[in-house]
Design a protein around this ligand. Structure first.
Ligand code: PHE
Length: 353
């Protein structure tokens, strides 16, 4: 390096230092010090380069470098003093604490949390109370008490993760495959009548794709009282959907099978995108041209389930319904791929304020 380049470099360092110091790195003069004056800082490296420069020139350059160093040190200690002073009570500073702060990004709830909260509000309005459950379940609560006998093919509907622990009956514990075990736990704890709901995470050994994940969330409602009928279920499911998606949506029931309900149904909602247009051409791909979206499972609580929880099925009847929260969130926020809910992309997350 020759003397001229060295001088240019020095003046570039001084310029960039002045710019940085003018921006007053809030409370962090230490970082600035390290960057310019530290052992491997910009100025220290430049001073080291002096050794390649002939002796007669070196003297002058060295002096220039030292002056720069002293100036920088002075500025930094001034800044340090201001930062320390601002923290103390007798601060002599132009810091005005009454000025508005720098715009600070505001956090928000995750879309799934937001939807869970909204669903919970809907249930609370209808007089349901929130019930608690557990993620690691025993075979009895996840299957057996819900009328899935061992080796019954209905267990295949819910591919299961087993964990390396045994329950009191010596059966392997598992990650709950649905929120329905909370029905059983609630009935065990409380005598009828009862109106409870639960939201939470469930697990299935499924390959991850645009609409499946090994962990997802469900909501579940259970109502047991005297004379509860399918009509109550239909009204409640309808009110629930209207609360969430607006009063224009319609619901319909299709016969379906779940071992713990009889009769069982799938609850569909009219497509919120194409509004179930009058003919196939007006309908959209989200509802696959059917005009309906399948959203929940439902039905009248099976007498075997009531009996197992010591509720007399001659005296009490009830309904249960449940569905996936991811699906609700995807519809509410127009998210086409479920995986987006777990990727923490701010463009997805910021939709909820
Ligand atoms: N637990 C069922 C499932 O995960 C859904 C369901 C809940 C069905 C309540 C009927 C009643 O598939």
């Amino acid at each position: 390096m020759n003397a001229a380049t060295w001088k240019e470099k020095l003046s570039a360092i001084r310029d960039s230092f002045s710019v940085s110091i003018a921006q007053k790195p809030a409370g962090n003069p230490g970082a600035l010090e390290l960057h310019y004056l530290g052992r491997k800082g910009e100025l220290a490296l430049l001073l080291r380069d002096l050794k390649d420069i002939p002796l007669e020139e070196r003297k002058e350059l060295g002096a220039l470098g030292n002056t720069a160093k002293q100036e920088m040190e002075a500025k930094l200690s001034e800044l340090k003093g201001a930062a320390a002073g601002a923290a103390g009570p007798a601060a002599k500073t132009d810091l005005d604490l009454t000025l508005p702060g720098w715009p600070f990004p505001k956090g928000s709830l995750h879309p799934l949390t937001h939807v869970m909260n909204r669903l919970a509000e809907g249930f609370l309005k209808l007089g349901f109370t929130m019930a608690d459950g557990q993620l690691i379940e025993d075979d009895y609560h996840n299957f057996e008490a819900l009328n899935f006998p061992p080796f019954h093919p209905a267990r295949d509907m819910q591919d299961t993760f087993y964990v390396d622990a045994k329950d009191q009956l010596g059966k392997p514990m598992l990650l709950r495959t649905h929120t329905s075990p909370v029905q059983i736990r609630s009935m065990e704890k409380q005598d009828p009548p009862l109106r409870v709901f639960h939201t939470g995470r469930v697990f299935r050994s499924e390959a991850v794709d645009a609409s499946h994940s090994f962990a997802f969330h469900q909501i579940e409602g259970l109502y047991v009282d005297k004379g509860v009928s399918m009509a109550d279920l239909k009204w409640t499911a309808d009110a629930f959907m209207k609360d969430l998606f607006g009063s224009a949506v319609k619901t319909r029931f299709n016969p379906s099978y779940f071992p713990f309900v009889e009769p069982g149904a799938e609850v569909d909602m009219s497509c919120i995108f194409c509004k179930g247009g009058a003919n196939a051409a007006e309908r959209c791909p989200v509802c696959k041209g059917t005009g309906w979206l399948e959203l929940m499972g439902a039905g009248m609580v099976h007498p075997n389930v009531l009996k197992g929880c010591k509720y007399d099925p001659e005296k009490w009847s009830g309904f249960a319904f449940g569905g996936g929260i991811e699906r609700f969130a995807m519809l509410l926020y127009g998210i086409s791929d479920m995986r987006m809910l777990y990727e923490n992309d701010l463009r997805v997350l910021k939709q909820v304020q």
